[in-house]
Write a protein of this length. Structure first.
Length: 254
């Protein structure tokens, strides 16, 4: 019953917001092209409302940087989409397979998600896509761990996607903002309650969250952004942002 009472309004808010976004985008696209000054705020409102419907508390320290560039965070769950989008306008970078997922894929495409394939043959195409989006002033959020975890650890950051920030065709003044996300489970539940990783199915995990008698909270730390130009290359930048996320994550769970 709890799953139904939460799931129905959640679906109405999410897909109602999607419909509103598509209508606004019909006007926004011819006027502003890639810039999208209006529709991201619909996404922000939908995600904040979704968290309230779920009953998941949100504690946010800091805010998304105003600079163009990338935001990098540890990855725990599909809930990261709501918790991070609720902070302000951002655009996710996701694996290409997500575009074909029912429901989630439609939402991802409509909200301007950048889809990438782990295929060296498409590296140039993806690099060009990053350059275009960064040139439009977008803040692109990606998960350098490359996969989600149970929420109790931070995996090493892969430097691959950082390479696009060093292209000569991107804006000169690019920044990267590390973000730490920590989920606090409901009282009496295990620390990995909100984690969605490995071969876990989405449906059962969604129902578990919707049906929970009580909810916990998520804590998001938006750390100070760093200038890309201050680091000699992608590996140094990945290591520096990983160290900041790992330090804050460890401190939060200690």
């Amino acid at each position: 019953m709890r799953a139904v009472l939460r799931g129905l309004p959640l679906g109405l808010v999410v897909f109602g917001g999607l419909a509103a976004l598509l209508v606004v985008r019909l006007v926004e696209r011819p006027l502003h092209g890639e810039a999208r000054p209006w529709t991201p705020w619909i996404t922000v409102g939908v995600c904040r409302s979704a968290l309230r419907i779920l009953g998941l508390g949100r504690v946010s320290r800091g805010r998304p940087m105003p600079h163009p560039g990338a935001i990098v965070a540890n990855h725990t769950s599909w809930l990261d989409i709501f918790t991070l989008n609720a902070g302000g306008p951002i655009y996710f970078v996701s694996k290409a397979e997500v575009a074909d997922w029912p429901g989630i894929g439609w939402l991802a495409r409509a909200t301007g998600t950048v889809f990438v394939r782990r295929d060296p043959r498409e590296a140039h195409v993806q690099k060009t896509m990053f350059e275009r989006r960064l040139g439009a002033g977008h803040r692109l959020l990606f998960f350098p761990e490359g996969t989600s975890t149970d929420g109790t650890q931070v995996l090493p950051f892969k430097p691959t996607l950082f390479a696009a920030l060093y292209s000569g065709n991107t804006p000169d003044d690019l920044w990267v903002q590390p973000v730490t996300v920590v989920y606090r489970p409901p009282y009496g539940e295990s620390a990995d309650f909100y984690g969605w990783w490995g071969d876990m199915d989405f449906g059962p995990h969604l129902v578990k969250i919707l049906a929970a008698r009580r909810q916990g909270r998520v804590e998001i730390d938006w750390h100070d952004a760093v200038r890309v130009a201050d680091y000699p290359g992608r590996k140094a930048l990945a290591a520096a942002t990983e160290a900041r996320v790992r330090e804050a994550h460890g401190a939060a769970l200690s």
